[in-house]
Design a protein around this ligand. Structure first.
Ligand code: GAL
Length: 371
């Protein structure tokens, strides 16, 4: 009898220690525990769906850290139902302090995204990289590769996009002298319109700036890198090479002087849609949206896709991904970050259903919802 009691007690303790929560709904803004009972640590993330599983990649934040310093790397989780996530560990690790590597501990490594290349069989990760100790001046794009979805990913390089290439919609002014030569700017504004300053021309030889970013794979498997460029003032959409490891040199520039950040793209019924934020750092702002029949433009702005209370603050979040739900045609989830720069690891995830109204998509707050 005593033994039986002991076994029952051990079983109870075992279960309690597992701290397992089984989710059957989304509760945006609440703590979201993984299979180990830990709040999911995958900020500024994106999702790859392959072979029946969703893989969530995002920035691993550390306790007490004020925002963006990469001390660990890119965290990966997997799920079959989108509610319950299994910790798959660190997919891309930063290199040790003092190593001098581009991705040395203490660098800024943001908004990682992974796509799968059917031709090469490789998983390719892109992220925004700022080498350690240089603030946001680097504006580089990092690339890493793996044979498995969960990694480990091997860091390849960090580059400035489209060095020596003009965009398909280049204007004459960009081929002339740049008024921005030798200057860098901060904040979400420029002293003049970006086109008259010609920041594109300034960066023509060395490569364009790339900060907030996303990836998009089209139906024909062509992949695109979407990034805030030209001192954040202008969004670029760049075609990658067939192996997804480089820029093809073909790109377009859109929304000049609109300072779009946090871009996320999806395609529905042959049309491309973008969601973006304004440029106010960790503080939430009013989101923007746009539609195009051709990914290389013309893009038409559709205004703030958020509706209802707190729509002007994107429900206190910033876009990071628009996730197509598998097996449910036309069904998408808005994935946003509610940043907590005072303790970055506590950042919350705002996932909400995307609905369609006429030619635009809309997002409305729901405190609990199911697929
Ligand atoms: C945000 C951006 C984040 C991060 C932050 C730093 O605007 O979307 O990814 O870079 O600024 O202040």
């Amino acid at each position: 009898m005593k033994n039986l009691l002991l076994i029952a007690l051990s079983f109870f303790i075992f279960c309690a220690c597992q701290n397992k929560v089984r989710y059957e709904s989304f509760t945006p803004g609440e703590l979201w525990l993984d299979n180990n009972g830990m709040h999911i640590n995958a900020h500024g993330g994106g999702i790859l769906y392959i072979d029946g599983l969703y893989y969530w990649f995002g920035e691993h934040k550390t306790e007490g850290e004020a925002g963006n310093v990469a001390n660990v790397g890119v965290h990966c989780y997997s799920s079959s139902d989108l509610y319950n996530w299994t910790d798959e560990g660190i997919a891309l690790s930063v290199d040790p302090e003092g190593s001098g590597s581009d991705i040395e501990k203490g660098c800024i490594l943001e908004r990682p995204k992974v796509i799968y290349n059917k031709q090469t069989g490789k998983y390719v990760m892109w992220f925004h990289l700022e080498p350690k100790g240089k603030g946001y001046k680097g504006a580089l794009s990092g690339v890493a590769v793996s044979d498995q979805a969960t990694g480990p990913y091997r860091y390849l390089k960090a580059v400035r996009p489209n060095k020596g290439f003009y965009p398909s919609n280049v204007q004459e002014i960009h081929k002339g002298v740049s008024k921005a030569e030798g200057q860098s700017f901060s904040g979400a504004s420029l002293p003049e319109h970006v086109d008259s300053l010609n920041i594109l021309g300034r960066d023509f030889a060395g490569g364009q700036m790339a900060r907030d970013m996303n990836l998009f794979v089209d139906d024909d498997q062509t992949a695109y890198h979407i990034y805030s460029s030209e001192e954040n003032s202008t969004l670029h959409i760049a075609k990658l090479t067939p192996d997804y490891l480089d820029y093809s040199g073909e790109y377009g520039r859109f929304f000049p002087n609109r300072f779009m950040e946090a871009p996320a793209m999806f395609k529905k019924e042959g049309k491309y849609y973008l969601m973006m934020s304004g440029c106010t750092g960790w503080s939430p702002n009013e989101a923007r949206s746009a539609v195009a029949s051709d990914i290389m433009g013309e893009w038409k702005e559709l205004g703030n896709p958020c509706i209802g209370p707190d729509a002007d603050k994107t429900f206190y979040s910033q876009s990071t991904y628009l996730l197509p739900v598998q097996g449910q045609s036309g069904r998408l989830i808005y994935m946003g970050d509610r940043w907590t720069p005072e303790n970055a690891i506590d950042g919350r995830y705002i996932w909400l259903p995307v609905k369609f109204e006429g030619e635009r998509f809309v997002i409305e707050w729901e405190s609990e919802w199911r697929l």
